[in-house]
Structure formats: C-alpha cells, structure tokens
Ligand binder design. Structure first.
Ligand SMILES: [Zn+2]
Length: 405
C-alpha cells in the first residue's frame, strides 16, 4: 500500500468501461447517488439477516440535510422494517407482551399501568401479570435489594430464565406455541429519560420472545419493556460517547445480534434435524445481559455504595424490625412515592421498609432531619388509614406465620 496516485492510463480505461466505479472526481452526481443507495440497501439487507428477519421489500429513509446523517437511526429503521416484514405480526408488538386472554398484543393488559411494574408471567387465564419492581425483587429474594434504598439509589438486576408462559392452562396460549416469553433480564429502577433530569424512574426489561407459526421456522426477538428503542437512540445521540444511554444502545444492539445468531443456528439445526439447545443459549445470553445492564446504570454509584454497604452493615437495625413495626403508631407509618413501599419509623431514627403486604425489604437509620426533608420533598407522605390497616393485617398474619414456623 502506497499513497502514490494511480497512473492516468488506468483511470481512463476504467472510465471507458462505464458504470459507477469507486468514487472519483469525475463521477456524475447520479452515479454517486446510485452508489450511496446501493450501499444503504446492502446495509439494510445485512441488518435484516443479522436479526434473522426477512429483508423488507422497501425502506423509507428520512435524510436530514441540516445535520450529519445518523447511521444509528438508519440501522434502527432498517431493523424495525425487517421486524415488521416478519409474517407473524398478529402477536408481536414491541414494548408489549401478548395477552392470551384477549388474544391481542394491543389490549390494556399488554402494557403495565405503572412504569415501575415488571412483567412476571401469566395468570391461568392468559392475562399478563405485572408487579412493582421492588416487590418482584423482594418476592424473588434478589441479592442486594437494599441497594434500592441507598443514597444515591443503586440499581438491582433481576434474571428470569424459566419460560414466563409455563403457567398457562390448556386452551389458553395455544396456536402451536405462537408466542413464548423465554426469559428476561431486568434492571431497576433506572431514569425514565436516561439522564436522571426528570427524576422519574422505571423498570427496564429485555425479554427474549419466541414467535412461530405452524410450518415456519422459529424466530427469537428482543423485546424492550419500560423504555422505547427510539428514546434510547435519541438519548444516546444527545449524550456522551461513553455515557449510559450510548452504552445501553450498544448493549441492545449486541443482544439483538446475538439473538439473530441464535435464531439462525436454531433454524439451521431444525432444517437438518439436529439438536440445538435454544433455551440454554438464551439463558446464557440473558445471564450476561443482566450483569451488563446493571453495569450500565451502576457505574457511578458503585464505589460510594460499597463503602456505604460496609458502614451500614455494622449499624443496620434489623433486629428491631418486627417490634418497631408492631409498636409504631399510625403517625409513624409513611408511604414512599418512588418505590411504592411503606416505611415504619421507630425509635432512634430506625426506619424499616416494607412492601404493602408487610414483607420486610430493608432497614436503615435516618440521619437527623432526614424524615422531615423527605416529607417536604413529598418523597414520603403519611400512609393513608386504609394502607395502614391493610399493612397491619398482613403484619399480624406474618407474625402468626413466624410463630408457627
Ligand atoms: Zn388482554
């Protein structure tokens, strides 16, 4: 390789042969446009292939001329078009889960009412079940759930690799296994705008969904719940090159590529009647994803929190949990608006966090004035009498259970 210009004789020869060769000063505008479009078409075809999706018949592209054209947005548009070209769109809707009760991916059960809710499987009738992220972590005894209560709040990753459609009764969820959620990696609670400026937080889940029509090869897709794919791309374009939005975008892109590779292997294996453990491949993909997701959102706070973890280990007032909870007056029970939990404040600043069903999440010690600050910021409010009544009922029931056990 040298920088020596090509001899003029060769250039003349190429031009005489005609056709749009490599871009040279002499190319016509039409030839340059044709070449650029051909390259875009090639990229779009490769995007579809990588996602194991059919090549769409056409792709409309918006070309903003006032700014540098965005390659990321083009690839995403190509991916969306390829996804849309799949033959089974009756069950697939990005950001939703299919509702077997209504046989629709668009009914009101297909999305959560609350942005902090996580999909946790199906009711026996086929209705999607949603549960608050904190509650879901507590139910599954997720390690490090107390991090959700640190300052700054940490994030917790959650992994589910057993199919989330297993509970369906016969008669529901049929159609030859047309739609199956194979598992999900979730992280929460993360900033809804990915920057933290709005203060609003959501649960983010990346699901692997298998769709299939009788007689067609299996298809695996990545479903993003909690944040829209376009919002991630927009935040990444606005943010720093190594900031969380860009890292999340790359992570999603990588997961889609890996899923495309698994799909292609599965289709090949099916055609050759060979065995290929799709579930296992998906499980290992999701396992890696959970760790990656936590690292995207946890990078900044991790060091401080480790120190805080250690500091709090020594002084966490967990031994007084149940006594404090029983003895607290109604005016010492607060509702945490961010996490949908109840907090009982006992003597000496001891604060115990519970779910509405009186499941203990964590305990901490409030610093002087902290209770008042949280109330003033409306982060906490006094629990409503009905909330306190339900809480005490569950508390009594769990006390019975503890004594019986
Ligand atoms: Zn429904």
């Amino acid at each position: 390789m040298t920088d020596t210009p090509k001899p003029p004789a060769r250039r003349r020869r190429r031009r005489r042969r005609g056709g749009p060769g490599p871009t040279e000063d002499g190319d016509t505008l039409e030839a340059r446009a044709a070449k650029a479009l051909a390259e875009l078409a090639a990229v779009a075809r490769e995007v579809a292939q990588r996602h194991g999706a059919p090549t769409p018949a056409r792709l409309s592209v918006e070309l903003p001329l006032g700014e540098r054209p965005g390659g990321v947005a083009f690839v995403d548009a190509a991916r969306a078009a390829a996804e849309a070209a799949r033959p089974d769109d009756a069950v697939w809707r990005p950001g939703h889960v299919y509702c077997f009760q209504c046989s629709s991916p668009d009914c009101r059960h297909a999305k959560p009412d609350d942005p902090q809710a996580l999909f946790v499987g199906y009711a026996p009738t086929g209705k999607p079940q949603w549960l608050g992220f904190v509650q879901a972590c507590v139910d599954r005894r997720v390690d490090g759930v107390q991090r959700l209560y640190h300052r700054p709040p940490g994030v917790v990753g959650l992994l589910e690799t057993t199919a989330l459609t297993a509970e369906l009764l016969p008669g529901f969820g049929h159609g030859g296994g047309a739609y199956r959620v194979l598992g999900q990696a979730a992280v929460g609670l993360v900033p809804a705008d990915l920057t933290g400026r709005s203060g609003e937080r959501v649960a983010l889940a990346l699901q692997v969904v298998e769709t299939r029509r009788p007689g067609t090869p299996v298809q695996l897709r990545l479903n993003i719940l909690g944040l829209a794919s376009e919002a991630v791309i927009a935040a990444a374009a606005d943010g720093a090159p190594h900031g969380p939005p860009e890292r999340l975008r790359r992570l999603i892109e990588k997961a889609r590529r890996q899923l495309g590779a698994i799909t292609r292997r599965a289709v090949t294996a099916e055609a050759r009647r060979e065995a290929y453990a799709v579930d296992q491949a998906v499980q290992s993909l999701l396992g890696g994803l959970r760790g990656d997701l936590v690292r995207v959102f946890d990078a900044d706070g991790r060091r401080t929190r480790h120190a805080e973890d250690r500091r709090r280990e020594g002084e966490r007032p967990t031994s007084n949990v149940w006594r404090d909870a029983r003895q607290a007056g109604d005016d010492r029970v607060f509702h945490d608006a961010h996490r949908e939990t109840l907090v009982v404040v006992g003597p000496k600043g001891r604060a115990h966090v519970f779910t509405a069903e009186a499941r203990h999440v964590t305990s901490m010690r409030l610093e002087p004035g902290e209770l008042e600050r949280r109330l003033a910021k409306r982060r906490w409010r006094l629990a409503h009498p009905e909330e306190v009544r339900v809480f005490r009922q569950h508390l009594a029931a769990s006390a019975d259970a503890r004594e019986a056990g």
